[in-house]
Design a protein around this ligand. Structure first.
Ligand code: SF4
Length: 462
């Protein structure tokens, strides 16, 4: 199960686009979620104030990150939580493995954590002989389908209920052809109940870590993080260094924004606080950098670390809705993923900042006011400057810049283009032209606007 691919976004999007009915309901379903978000947001007169406050709180956190991290570590340790630091994905995975190994544990239950997707933890642990079961329903579905999640909040949004029925029939023994969501959910519930009762270790993500109390908060709609963590003898929580908030009172701001932005609900069904281990159990937190401090040092992109992973920018993005999450070939898809991924590997993810119309809808819905579309535009400039854009495209853009800067070249280019369209349209309208693959070429006019204008002006003056 990996997002590793040699194909870029346009090719992967073209594959998704082959199934037109799927594209249409994917688009419509996500737009429906976006509309629910709008209704929930408009019900709160103080919505914009909440967004601004959240943005400022995160600005403060990012400006004083090392101090807040140390404060959190000291308080969490005082509470009896064991804190570990991981510089990158490999270190994170090794720490998790060593904790399991020390206790002789070979089976673990895991609730939704995009950080562990980013670190490819499941694949790593499988290689070490550890069996991991994802307990979030959507995550369990894609895990059984041997696919990565396609959305950070709705991991299997690309799958139809009939497909889920087939997967459950194959792996969980539900009746063949069964696609009633209630029955499928009950099947998953029975299956996961057994897992929760028998696993000695549970891994969860972290939505918010409170620096002045040393506690952390996990938000789920299914209660699966609580089921796993409360029944296991060891609870491992993986968190990125940016997940901090200074004080518990700030949760009021973020919890009101998070689920309204994500699904349009007033609040997540379960917002659970973990502050200390129960008797005879352990809580470990693995605090992971994995490129975040580099992003923090990039002035134009540091605001992306304010992200609370609500998914609203994906639901609203016309490119995401039409191209599907897997086309981004990275753990976090969509507009925010396209800002985060090039920081980790500029060459591999050079295509992603271009997977946007730059319409700005993502920035408009973002609950922490990240200037997402501006950052996508800035990444494009960095990528071109660093030489990671496709050579043919770079040369074409240079030729275009030259043409647009010279009236003579512009006129000549226009004239040539009109002649080609008229007498040799196949030179443009062919399958080798990726632009034409998706669109109808317009009919070329007989004259340019400049020529038409000059003629009319001449006629008027005569
Ligand atoms: S960038 Fe903003 S809208 Fe997108 S997932 Fe993060 S917080 Fe949500």
């Amino acid at each position: 199960m990996s997002t590793a691919t040699t194909k870029d976004h346009p090719h992967l999007a073209a594959e998704f686009n082959r199934d037109e009915p799927r594209v249409n309901w994917h688009d419509e379903t996500l737009w429906w979620v976006r509309a629910k978000r709008d209704i929930a947001a408009h019900k709160l007169p103080e919505w914009e104030l909440l967004r601004e406050t959240a943005s400022q709180i995160k600005f403060n956190v990012l400006s004083n990150l090392s101090a807040y991290l140390e404060q959190f570590e000291a308080n969490a340790t005082k509470n009896g939580i064991i804190v570990h630091w991981a510089a990158d994905a490999t270190e994170h995975n090794q720490i998790v493995h060593s904790l399991l190994e020390q206790k002789g544990i070979t089976k673990m239950v895991k609730s939704k954590s995009m950080l562990t997707e980013e670190c490819h933890l499941n694949e790593y642990l499988k290689e070490q002989g550890i069996d991991v079961i994802d307990s979030d329903l959507g995550e369990r579905i894609v895990q059984l389908a041997n696919e990565p999640p396609s959305h950070i909040v709705l991991p299997c949004i690309h799958k139809k209920k009939e497909e889920i029925g087939d997967i459950f029939h194959e792996h969980l023994g539900s009746a063949k052809g069964e696609s009633d969501p209630k029955i499928l959910t009950e099947t998953a519930r029975q299956h996961l109940r057994e897992v929760f009762l028998t696993r000695r270790a549970a891994l969860t993500g972290v939505n918010f870590a409170v620096a002045d109390t040393g506690e952390f908060v996990i938000c789920t709609n299914e209660g699966n993080a609580d089921m796993g963590a409360h029944l296991a003898e060891i609870h491992i929580a993986s968190m990125g260094i940016e997940k901090l908030i200074p004080e518990r009172k700030h949760l009021g701001v973020f919890l009101r924004l998070l689920t309204r932005s994500a699904t349009g609900q007033p609040i997540t069904t379960y917002s659970s606080h973990f502050s200390k281990p129960q008797e005879d159990t352990e809580i470990h937190i693995v605090i992971v950098d994995n490129g975040r401090s580099i992003q923090l040092g990039r002035e134009d992109f540091r605001n992306s670390l304010k992200c609370i992973r609500c998914g609203a920018c994906m639901n609203t993005c016309p490119v995401y809705r039409k191209s599907g999450g897997h086309s981004y070939h990275t753990a976090v898809a969509g507009p925010i993923g396209s800002i985060l991924a090039p920081n980790l590997d500029m060459k591999k993810y050079a295509d992603l900042p271009f997977a946007s119309t730059l319409c700005g809808s993502c920035s408009n819905v973002c609950p922490v006011k990240i200037d997402i579309h501006d950052q996508l535009y800035k990444w494009r400039q960095v990528i071109v400057k660093e030489g990671y854009s496709p050579k043919a495209k770079t040369m074409a853009m240079k030729a275009m810049a030259l043409t647009l800067a010279s009236p003579t070249l512009y006129r000549m280019g226009g004239k040539t283009g009109r002649l080609v369209f008229k007498y040799a349209p196949f030179a443009v309208n062919n399958k080798l032209n990726p632009w034409y693959n998706q669109r109808e070429m317009p009919k070329a006019p007989d004259e340019s606007f400049g020529e038409w204008y000059a003629k009319r002006k001449g006629a008027k003056n005569s």
